[in-house]
Design a binder for this molecule. Structure first.
Ligand SMILES: NC(=O)c1ccc[n+]([C@@H]2O[C@H](COP(=O)([O-])OP(=O)(O)OC[C@H]3O[C@@H](n4cnc5c(N)ncnc54)[C@H](O)[C@@H]3O)[C@@H](O)[C@H]2O)c1
Length: 321
């Protein structure tokens, strides 16, 4: 997003505690190293840069970890988010774009999932994201805050220019994990092969990070032109199974990816596919990179150029790759 904003000539600053983020991924943008759990740090950054819109990406976002450490999710995602909203409210900053998630829906009754589908999160991660959307709603009704919640499905791909890619430690996202396993000759665990899907493995909707950035650009424009608060699902509209990804990674890396079936993970629905009809219709958002092969290729290109991942300064507690 920082690269996208630079390309658009949009003045901005990144505020991040580098707990999972990487300093180098910020590129030439201004970076304030600060924590949403520290109201003074938020205040100092807002007073210095005086933004008219805030893009709120910061979160803890590991579904499995949220089941064993819910306290950390409610603290970071809710207390941290509330600190941010309060700092904005006291300064009259009235526009926010929030990174929400498919996890707010839990196990859907049907796919593709529309925005009106029941919200029944099955993890504290999903619960905190839904609760923050509700907080945005309450601030909107009482204080006039205008918000756009973008409910990403599986964010994937990488900067098509090869500069920026995904580097989580540990890597829990399927595409980068499969690329790492393929390039290192390791075995990739497939969590469950007895789901009610065509090949028995989980089906997900992979949406390219560049398309997500475009949607954020449209959200900024919507808010600046007086648009009302809204929430949209963001997906490519297609579903790919774990084995589809395994095949695409094999094709893209030219290596045979070995897999091993492991038990299902708690809280993994069989199929998650977005209906993004609403954002397409309202804002004309059209994802450019819907082909799984292209999404995987961008991710694999970044990894090929960064075999050790990001090797910049680590944030607190960040493990080696
Ligand atoms: N990756 C996906 O598939 C996906 C899907 C749906 C929603 N999302 C949401 O998108 C957002 C970004 O996800 P990501 O995959 O890039 O994760 P990420 O962990 O790479 O990004 C989160 C960023 O927030 C920062 N951060 C966390 N807590 C902070 C705090 N208290 N103060 C300041 N900075 C803090 C981290 O250092 C990191 O840079 C998250 O809100 C996530 O829930 C991601």
């Amino acid at each position: 997003m920082a690269k996208h904003l630079r390309k658009c000539g949009e003045p901005h600053v990144i505020f991040d505690n580098l707990s999972t983020g990487h300093r180098i991924a910020v590129g030439g943008s201004d970076l304030v190293v600060g924590d949403l759990l520290n109201p003074q740090e938020i205040a100092a950054a807002l007073d210095r840069y005086r933004p008219d819109v805030v893009l709120h990406f910061a979160a803890k976002s590991l579904v499995g970890e949220s089941l064993t450490k819910p306290h950390a999710y409610w603290e970071n995602n809710i207390v941290g988010g509330w600190n941010l909203l309060e700092a904005m409210r006291s300064r009259g900053i009235g526009r926010i774009v929030f990174s929400s998630t498919a996890a707010i829906y839990g196990n859907p009754d049907r796919v593709p999932i529309a925005e009106s589908a029941p919200k029944r999160p099955v993890s504290p991660y999903g619960e905190t994201k839904l609760a923050f959307e509700q907080m945005l709603g309450a601030y909107g009704r009482a204080y006039g805050l205008k918000s756009v919640s973008l409910r990403y499905f599986n964010a994937a791909g990488a900067d098509p220019g090869g500069e920026i890619g995904e580097d989580h430690r540990p890597e829990t996202h399927l595409i980068p994990a499969a690329i790492l396993a393929a390039t290192r000759g390791e075995i990739l665990k497939v969590y469950g092969d007895d789901y009610a899907t065509a090949d028995g493995t989980c089906v997900r909707d992979y949406v390219h990070v560049t398309d997500l950035c475009d949607a954020h650009g449209l959200a900024i424009r919507h808010l600046r032109t007086g648009g009302a608060s809204v929430a949209y699902n963001l997906g490519s509209g297609g579903g790919f199974s774990v084995l589809d990804v395994v095949q695409a990674v094999g094709a893209s890396t030219g290596r045979v990816l070995k897999t091993e079936v492991a038990p299902r993970r708690e809280g993994d629905p069989a199929t998650l596919i977005a209906s993004s009809a609403a954002i397409r219709q309202d804002w004309g958002w059209v994802p450019q990179y819907v082909d799984l092969g292209v999404i995987v290729e961008h991710a694999a290109n970044w990894r090929a150029g960064h075999p050790e991942g990001y090797t910049d300064e680590r944030g607190p507690g960040k493990p080696p790759i």
